[in-house]
Design a protein around this ligand. Structure first.
Ligand code: FMN
Length: 185
């Protein structure tokens, strides 16, 4: 079994990354293989909304593939091969981060025409990592949830975290990682 964590903060050692790592540590303690992807270190461009059919669709509609060649394809393969996922985003302006949007915008287009997608039913933990105010954390998490459900992933948990709550949420996420590993294997 393999659990992949994706964290979409430019800080590789910030809170967003720590939260994803907590889940992966929990899963590893149950003997599961894990990997953490720092989304901002990959070259994943924003969707160009190709218009092959005059209706705003490119090959994402006809073939389930993206017309831009960059690290998107590599990351898509990684998550297709994983058994469970963790997606951790910082809260920016009450929303998910730019790199999260870039990746998820392209993935949901490609997955739209994949009725037998390998993502279907795969468990995911979504995390929104906010600052001191925590303002917009729930909205960011709601937006993340909308993407994850559109991808037909199964929500295992959705966790908003602020500077005030991070200590107990880190503990909780380690337990969530253990349970994810136990229930999926
Ligand atoms: C551009 C930008 C916008 C932000 N907007 C919010 C916000 O709306 N609400 C909030 O609570 N924190 C906001 N923050 C703070 C980050 O969400 C917070 O610092 C987060 O935990 C960063 O995670 P990191 O340590 O992984 O970088 C913002 C930070 C940046 C850089």
């Amino acid at each position: 079994m393999k659990v992949i964590g994706i964290q979409s903060s430019p800080n590789t050692d910030g809170l967003t990354s720590m939260l994803a790592t907590a889940v992966l540590d929990g899963a590893e303690s149950k003997g599961v293989e894990t990997a953490l992807v720092h989304l901002n270190q990959l070259d994943i461009k924003s969707c160009e909304a190709h218009n092959l059919d005059g209706r705003g669709w490119g090959t994402c509609r006809t073939k389930g593939t993206c017309m831009i060649t960059d690290d998107f394809q590599k990351l898509r393969s990684m998550i297709n091969e994983a058994d469970a996922l963790v997606f951790s985003t910082p809260v920016y302006f009450g929303d998910i981060s730019e790199s999260a949007k870039n990746f998820l915008d392209r993935l949901r287009r490609c997955e739209r025409s994949s009725p037998d997608s390998p993502l279907t039913g795969k468990s995911v933990i979504g995390i929104a990592s906010a600052g001191g105010s925590g303002g917009g954390a729930v909205n960011a998490l709601h937006n993340l949830e909308t993407y994850l459900r559109r991808l037909k992933l199964t929500i295992f948990d959705l966790v908003p975290v602020t500077q005030k709550t991070k200590t107990h949420k880190l503990d909780m996420l380690r337990v969530a990682g253990q349970r994810l590993a136990s229930e999926e294997s």
